[in-house]
Design a protein around this ligand. Structure first.
Ligand SMILES: C[S@@+](CC[C@H](N)C(=O)[O-])C[C@H]1O[C@@H](n2cnc3c(N)ncnc32)[C@H](O)[C@@H]1O
Length: 209
């Protein structure tokens, strides 16, 4: 099976478990607040890619109830959970590799931890497409795990389901974003406690067109 297909199947089958673990995690809230601060319009149209069970969309709508959010994910079970958790948003099943099929424009685009499931090439394609979909001064939010592409590979959960996990080089990504015309506004590093022994650093880039 194609590595993307296996990863997407795994996300579909672990949707409920992801919701239980991550729906109310607060460690990224300050970065979501910063994203909102940069968007002047209180009725902004926002696109979320890889929305999972709707955790980011829910937080945003709690802060900014007039935002118009289109939230998307490749996994149908994630969309079902997100619809239940955030009935006010619009949802669509979409593979983030095919953003070019969207014809609306947005004031902001959120990509929370979808880059770990996209190759370096598909990530560049995604940020190019995001640039096209943003209004002038539109804001793009990206979170991922910085590292060497050579360390990317399959990771198996306790139940044996696998996802192909990509590390991204932050300097290379910043260079590509700048080349496209984005201005780098923030680079944040958030420590995430994976277990008693393992603390990961999660990188967040907030960039503006
Ligand atoms: C780690 S979760 C992140 C969920 C949420 N954005 C967050 O930050 O908590 C990754 C999500 O990306 C979705 N995903 C993975 N590959 C995708 C792709 N190619 N297109 C769209 N969604 C994808 C998965 O189904 C999953 O819901």
């Amino acid at each position: 099976m194609d590595q993307y297909q296996e990863t997407h199947n795994t996300w579909n089958s672990v949707a409920k478990r992801y919701e239980e673990a991550f729906m109310d995690l607060e460690i990224y809230n300050a970065s979501y607040d910063r994203f909102c601060e940069l968007i002047a319009n209180d009725k902004a149209s926002i696109l979320e890619i890889g929305c999972g069970p709707g955790n980011m969309t829910k937080y945003l709508l709690d802060q900014k109830p007039r935002y118009q959010i289109l939230a998307t994910d490749v996994a149908p079970n994630m969309i079902v959970l997100a619809q239940k958790n955030v009935p006010k948003a619009r949802f669509q099943q979409l593979d983030g590799r095919y953003l070019n099929t969207i014809s609306e424009k947005f004031h902001g685009i959120l990509c929370g931890f979808i880059l770990p499931y996209l190759s370096a090439m598909d990530t560049i394609r995604l940020v190019k497409n995001a640039y096209t979909l943003l209004y002038p001064e539109g804001v793009l939010y990206l979170s991922f795990v910085s590292g060497n592409d050579r360390d990317s590979g399959f990771i198996a959960s306790a139940t044996g389901e696998r996802t192909y996990f990509y590390y991204h080089n932050v300097a290379i990504l910043q260079k590509e974003l700048t080349k496209l015309g984005f201005q780098i506004i923030e680079q944040l590093e958030v420590p995430y406690k994976r277990s008693d022994k393992i603390i990961e650093l999660h990188t967040i880039l907030i960039v503006q067109k």
